[in-house]
Design a protein around this ligand. Structure first.
Ligand code: PFF
Length: 447
């Protein structure tokens, strides 16, 4: 039998997993969710969700992937043959595809902004003018779609070059570059006048702002940002070799991902308050506010260029993982060649991307449950499919997987220490599923 691909080095695999986790979710979605849901209050709930729920689900996914050596659906078929558990896998593949659709649109916007900053065109006389400029770009029919196409093609070729050459190499080079640029931008932002007000908004929690919507958003954001709940980490862990220390890898990924989200907050909120802009602007926060801020800084176009290159890199390493979830599923479950599987995913993903992009323009009046297609996909995937997928993964591991098998896999057959194993089992069996269920039921208004 042909041996399955594995990641080459420990650094490479941590970088690939971090690359999947760190993306638009940290730099575009996190500040926008935090800004809309009360800043510091959101941050506290978010960190709680990351540690208690996100980390636990990530460990569970790593276990599923490495133990089964299979894709998201295949993992459940291997570990629980002829049962309904594979539905969790189907939920994951569908979520990956739907996220791919709207994610490629925002990724495309980053390319437009790279182009505009390089051309020195990201200038306007007021924030209103930025709003109008962004609005007319967004609602244009062809231009955003062209960028979606370019982004999808880049993704397609990286995925096609396979696990080692494509994903691992791309992540290993891109992730460190990202860290360096982020730190530079943080320093720049903290030197702005009135930066302290932004830091207060972000770090000083006002507990009265914590509502069920805030908790659901923080939960969804935690899962989205960590790439868990849909089997992305199952797919990546299926490429881990047997000597990898799973608990340590999960700690590294969760820590780096959270750190980057917080760094993004430290870049954006001081800048926002420094120029007297409201932090609760929604998805506009990055694409309208920041160019305005960059323009008011010396060498603004250069800063802006660097920032959007960074955002595009982060988006690429994440969208690759979304693509890989569906490609690995088709390739392994239907015995298709990788090339054919990847081509199907790219072509259908691009089609969904077109629909999502048009939902800002000609399809903006077309609403389902009062939301545009873009907003609906964002909400359904992050706030429902990922948390519910995560909940069922916890129930599967907590109640159906033999704990000896679980422990043997997580400790590499007893050669590693995992002191908190019983705490992990308690969390995954009781705490995580109950909290997730309560949050979802409460938010759906069933209480
Ligand atoms: N975690 C990515 C981000 O924060 O941008 C988005 C993502 C990638 C979500 C892969 C889910 C996933 F499976």
């Amino acid at each position: 039998m042909k041996q399955r691909a594995t990641f080459n080095s420990k650094l490479g695999l941590v970088m690939a997993a971090v690359g999947s986790a760190v993306g638009l979710g940290n730099i575009w979605r996190f500040p926008c969710e935090a800004g809309e849901h009360g800043g510091g209050a959101f941050l506290i709930v978010y960190i709680f969700c990351v540690i208690i729920l996100g980390f636990v689900v990530m460990l569970a996914e790593f276990f599923l992937g490495r133990a089964s050596q299979s894709n998201t659906v295949g993992a459940f078929k291997v570990l629980a043959p002829n049962t309904m558990w594979k539905i969790i896998g189907y939920n994951g593949v569908l979520a990956a595809f739907l996220i791919f659709g709207f994610y490629s649109v925002v990724s495309g916007w980053t390319l437009e902004y790279i182009y505009q900053s390089a051309a020195g065109n990201l200038n306007a006389n007021s924030i209103e003018e930025f709003v109008i400029n962004f609005g007319s770009f967004q609602s244009d029919i062809f231009r955003p779609i062209l960028w979606v196409l370019i982004f999808t093609l880049i993704t397609h070729f990286v995925v096609l070059s396979g696990v080692k050459k494509g994903i691992e190499r791309a992540s290993k080079i891109m992730m460190p570059v990202l860290f360096v640029i982020l730190i530079a931008l943080c320093i720049r932002s903290l030197m702005l006048p009135n930066a302290i007000e932004g830091l207060k908004f972000f770090f000083n929690p006002d507990f009265s702002k914590i509502t069920s919507t805030v908790v659901l958003s923080a939960l969804g954001q935690a899962f989205f940002s960590l790439s868990v709940g849909m089997g992305c980490m199952i797919t990546y862990a299926s490429y881990f070799n047997k000597s990898i220390n799973i608990p340590n890898t999960a700690v590294s990924v969760v820590t780096l991902d959270t750190l980057i989200a917080i760094l993004a907050g430290v870049i954006i909120f001081p800048a926002v308050t420094s120029f007297g802009i409201s932090p609760s602007q929604g998805p506009q926060l990055v694409f309208i506010t920041l160019p305005n801020i960059f323009q008011q800084m010396p060498l603004g176009n250069l800063w802006s260029f660097i920032f959007f290159v960074l955002l595009a890199i982060a988006a690429l390493t994440s969208i690759i993982s979304l693509h890989e979830v569906v490609t690995a599923y088709l390739h392994e479950q239907y015995k298709m060649s990788r090339r054919k599987a990847a081509t199907i995913v790219s072509a259908s993903g691009f089609t969904l991307g077109i629909i999502c992009s048009l939902s800002f323009g000609v399809l903006s009046r077309f609403k389902i449950f009062g939301s545009t297609i873009f907003d609906l996909l964002d909400f359904i995937t992050a706030n429902l499919m990922l948390p519910l997928g995560g909940m069922f993964i916890c129930i599967f591991i907590g109640w159906f997987v033999d704990k000896q098998v679980l422990k043997a896999e997580l400790t590499n057959n007893g050669t590693l220490k995992f002191k908190l194993f019983s705490v992990f089992v308690f969390l995954i069996k009781y705490v995580a599923p109950i909290i997730i269920a309560l949050v979802c039921v409460n938010e759906l208004g069933l209480f």
